[in-house]
Design a protein around this ligand. Structure first.
Ligand code: ATP
Ligand code: MG
Length: 302
């Protein structure tokens, strides 16, 4: 039995640190370099796995070194990669991130050539029906729409994180999501609303279980079927060092709590705690807390 089945994007981030980002035509010596795995779905699955959920990855990757890096990393984190699909030209997102140590800035160059996300015709209906939560993003819209249609008709919740509405069929995919969790910036862009509460209201409809809009250190707000106006869940007050991946961790923790059967408000508190703890640590996935740490934090802050 799989708790969370994720089909979307993965990334390899090569990070290089320089004393100062060079001007055009100038050189800069690399002080150190790191390679990390990232991407919406990959980070959400790693977060959910660290929080005790049984996770599986079913996206498309290739035989290249970057794809193998991602699959090896996911497997070491306890994510089942046996459902991943292989295609010769497929790649993860590959980013080069240059960190300027003096000014504490980072420039990101990302390559999404041959990034397919969800495969068009797999996993099988039986495999999808065997999971507790389907996790989707905006990579591979055709395959995501197929999988979400199967999940919804089987009564399996679909949790989504989207960062772009580009691509044919996005509106249909959006309509199939019942646990829609979007960052404030994307929700405002998508709806044209003036504020997150208005965006949540405009994205809500009775076919959804909940719409959640996340606003960084200002916390999140949600609308569900209770007929209440949008309600706020404050963020935990922490000393934030690095908020990279907080949104992805929030999604993964939410999906893990949903698979576990945790009620909505408690689920949002759990996701907020996991994301706040991540903000206190450096790095994207390295900073994801374990279940014990999140539970201790929640107890201390109750
Ligand atoms: N500085 C912070 N302190 C406490 N909690 C935070 C902080 N930043 C983020 N969070 C928590 O994480 C949730 C998601 O963060 P945010 O809204 O920044 O996601 P995002 O914009 O999708 O980020 P990304 O895609 O870069 O990971 C917030 O609703 C909040 O609960
Ligand atoms: Mg995000």
């Amino acid at each position: 039995m799989i708790d969370i089945f994720g089909l979307g994007c993965t990334a390899v981030d090569d990070v290089i640190y320089v004393a100062a980002y060079p001007a055009a035509d100038m050189k800069a010596r690399v002080l150190r370099r790191e390679r990390h795995c990232g991407g919406l779905t990959a980070t959400a699955l790693v977060a959910a796995a660290r929080l005790g959920a049984r996770c599986a990855f079913g996206g498309v990757l290739g035989p290249d070194e970057a794809s193998r890096f991602v699959l090896g990393h996911l497997a070491r984190e306890g994510v089942d990669v046996s459902h991943a699909t292989s295609r010769r030209e497929a790649r993860p997102i590959q980013s080069l991130i240059v960190v300027d140590e003096a000014r504490r800035t980072r420039n990101i160059f990302f390559d999404i050539e041959n990034v397919f996300g969800a495969p068009p015709r797999s996993p099988s209906r039986k495999q999808i029906e065997g999971c507790k939560v389907l996790f989707v993003d905006n990579f591979g819209i055709q395959g995501m729409t197929r999988a979400a249609t199967i999940a919804r008709s089987a009564g399996i919740p679909v949790v989504a994180d989207f960062e772009s509405s580009d691509g044919d069929g996005f509106q249909e995919l959006l309509s199939l999501v019942d646990h829609l969790i979007l960052s404030e910036s994307f929700a405002l862009k998508l709806t044209g609303a003036a504020n997150p509460a208005a965006a949540a209201r405009s994205l809500w409809n009775p076919r959804r279980a909940v719409v959640v809009i996340t606003s960084g250190e200002r916390g999140c707000l949600f609308v569900d079927s209770s007929r209440h106006p949008p309600r706020r869940v404050p963020a935990f007050s922490v000393k934030a060092l690095d908020t990279t991946g907080c949104g992805d961790v929030f999604h993964g923790a939410y999906a893990a709590a949903l698979a576990h059967g945790t009620p909505l408000q408690e689920r949002l508190r759990f996701a907020s705690a996991a994301a706040a703890l991540k903000a206190t640590r450096h790095g994207g996935q390295q900073g994801i807390p374990t279940l014990t740490v999140v539970n201790q934090f929640l107890q201390k802050n109750s």
